[in-house]
Write a protein that binds this ligand. Structure first.
Ligand SMILES: C[S@@+](CC[C@H](N)C(=O)[O-])C[C@H]1O[C@@H](n2cnc3c(N)ncnc32)[C@H](O)[C@@H]1O
Length: 262
């Protein structure tokens, strides 16, 4: 269903400056507009393979996730903001025996998931809810979230909830956009004003009690040349992705991956 309020929010966020960061509930409407509008109800394909930059972004993110998974085995996984399940497939292929609880606020995204996720599995449950108010019935030993944190109006509440959801010894992995990358752009969309730096997020995670908090690049975009040579950024990522985030110039890091342990 095309959400008219969602379409309106989409246009407001793309064409007007001066808006505040969205509240969690607005995100739901926003995505119903953005999925049927800009992405023409084919979110995953258009988001990750429409051009060479996005294809390179996809390869880099997948590589980063696979690397993060190397050191973590798990029986139960909680994923927040899976959208169409792009990275759920990577998690699942890596560990098909685990159970997966997916939570997303957007019905339009769940519809995309049902269309694109070809695996008929009983061990994946997709619930529609704002993660912040979701009632868990169990603890999970792995937490995953990609490119969703920036839409939460309160990062501390998000981290509190992750801490509650994870069992002792459980691990987590969050991918989020780097605000310093956007800062180099002339127009910063207010919708993304919710971006948090890896340093800030690390502080919140550490003060919450998480251990072994490690930040690495998830997507590298070399200025100007990325437009023509997405493969070069991808190559740079391949050879440098295991290095700590601090050594990279902040403006070439489009997004980072942060891993932690409870
Ligand atoms: C940019 S999409 C990311 C989709 C996918 N994880 C990826 O990396 O391509 C952000 C997703 O987070 C979801 N989301 C945003 N706020 C949320 C909230 N408060 N609770 C649950 N899901 C939320 C959105 O509905 C959307 O599906």
């Amino acid at each position: 269903m095309i959400g008219i309020p969602g379409v309106m929010l989409y246009f407001l966020c793309n064409h007007k400056k001066g808006l505040k960061t969205m509240k969690n509930n607005d995100v739901k409407e926003y995505y119903s507009g953005v999925v049927s509008g800009r992405y023409n109800s084919d979110y995953e394909k258009k988001r990750w393979s429409e051009n060479s930059i996005l294809k390179a972004d996809f390869e880099m993110t997948r590589r980063s996730i696979k690397h993060a998974l190397l050191n973590h085995s798990f029986d139960s996984c909680l994923e927040v903001g899976p959208g169409p399940g792009t990275w759920t497939k990577v998690l699942y292929d890596n560990n098909p025996k685990a159970t997966y609880q997916l939570i997303d606020i957007s019905e339009a995204m769940k519809d995309e998931f049902l269309k694109s996720f070809d695996k008929k599995t009983e061990n994946i449950t997709y619930d529609l809810s704002d993660f912040i108010v979701y009632n868990f019935t169990k603890e999970y030993d792995f937490f995953f979230s990609s490119r969703a944190l920036e839409y939460f109006d309160n990062k501390q509440k998000f981290v509190d909830k992750v801490f509650l959801a994870l069992s002792d010894g459980g691990c987590g992995c969050i991918i989020s956009k780097n605000p310093m990358y956007s800062a180099s752009k002339k127009e910063i969309r207010d919708f993304h004003a919710g971006q948090i730096s890896a340093t800030e997020l690390k502080k919140i995670l550490t003060s919450q009690g998480f251990k072994s908090v490690t930040c690495r690049p998830a997507i590298i975009r070399l200025p100007i040349i990325s437009r023509w040579f997405g493969g070069l950024s991808n190559f740079l990522h391949m050879i440098s992705m295991k290095l700590p985030l601090q050594i990279f110039p902040k403006r070439i890091i489009e997004s980072y991956i942060i891993t932690f342990k409870k």
